[in-house]
Design a protein around this ligand. Structure first.
Ligand SMILES: Nc1ncnc2c1ncn2[C@@H]1O[C@H](COP(=O)(O)OP(=O)(O)OP(=O)(O)O)[C@@H](O)[C@H]1O
Ligand SMILES: [Mg+2]
Length: 266
């Protein structure tokens, strides 16, 4: 097994990265400052990024960082819940028995949000992930549910995260009212070229080794193939370790990267 060969406690590039061990890229730092602003202003935030750039991971980290005395977070990925389940889920999570008629359900959600914010002094933070999968109907419904125009302040935080097709959906005139209500927007980018070496290094250190396994040319090659998208970097880097181990090489060189790439069909 390659982990033993490289003196690693586990594969450094697996999917499961604890939220506090996520790599702090410049882009994540920028996202954080936008989220901090949203935390104060409340309202709607939008995070757009290509597949695998780290949106869901960042949301996980954000939810965990919230002070539970002041915020309560709810996470809904649209790939696994239907629209009806989402509405019902929001009501349930807010401690309500979901009503059957949609109009009643919306009122119920609104009043639960109000009571959480004004009575319990806890801000609900609703994270709706994979928002690019939302229909125009759902986007319109969101505007209705999260319309608190009569209130002097926003009693909620709604974060919409998804892949770039959401952008064109939001430019449709039917979705303008929702788009106009987006207070904070962030584009999730992949790792920068000069961040990749540090990223690989911190993952390796976390898994138990301080050895410089990836040579500078191999890092260049990995960047060229993956454009720094963390999910692609992780799977290519794992394969690099496998290939290097197979060749009994303690370092990953450029050639190893291309061999690993051809095995992965990238
Ligand atoms: N900052 C980071 N540090 C370490 N690993 C990361 C980081 N960001 C993302 N990853 C890793 O990259 C992979 C993809 O991340 P994630 O699932 O969050 O992407 P996504 O943008 O939500 O993708 P999708 O659009 O397909 O849902 C995960 O396995 C995650 O562990
Ligand atoms: Mg995701």
């Amino acid at each position: 097994m390659f982990t033993q060969f490289f003196n690693l406690k586990f594969n450094p590039f697996t999917k499961e990265v604890p939220a506090d061990k996520l790599f702090e890229s410049q882009n994540l730092v920028e996202l954080n400052s936008r989220l901090m602003y949203l935390q104060k202003a409340r309202g709607i935030g939008l995070i757009i990024g290509e597949a695998g750039t780290g949106k869901s991971s960042a949301m996980r980290k954000y939810a965990q960082s919230l002070n539970p005395a002041l915020f309560e977070s709810f996470y809904f990925p649209l790939s696994t819940v239907t629209v009806q389940e989402f509405y019902r889920g929001v009501a349930l999570e807010l401690g309500e028995e979901p009503k059957h008629k949609k109009v009643d359900l919306f009122h119920q959600i609104q009043s639960a949000i109000r009571s959480m914010y004004y009575e319990r002094r806890v801000t609900p933070v609703i994270i709706l992930d994979e928002i690019h999968m939302a229909s125009n109907k759902l986007l319109e419904d969101l505007r209705l549910i999260f319309n608190f125009n009569m209130d002097s302040e926003n009693p909620f935080i709604l974060i919409l995260a998804g892949q770039p097709p959401i952008r064109s959906k939001l430019t449709l005139s039917i979705n303008h009212p929702l788009r106009q209500r987006i207070l904070v927007k962030h584009i999730m980018s992949s790792l920068q070229k000069d961040e990749l070496g540090e990223y690989l290094k911190t993952r390796l250190v976390f898994a138990g080794t301080h050895e410089d396994i990836f040579t500078p040319p191999s890092i260049e090659a990995i960047y060229g193939i993956t454009s720094g998208i963390p999910r692609l970097v992780n799977s290519l880097a794992t394969n690099c370790l496998l290939v290097a181990c197979g060749k009994k090489q303690r370092q990953v060189d450029e050639e190893t990267v291309y061999q690993a790439q051809s095995e992965l069909n990238f």
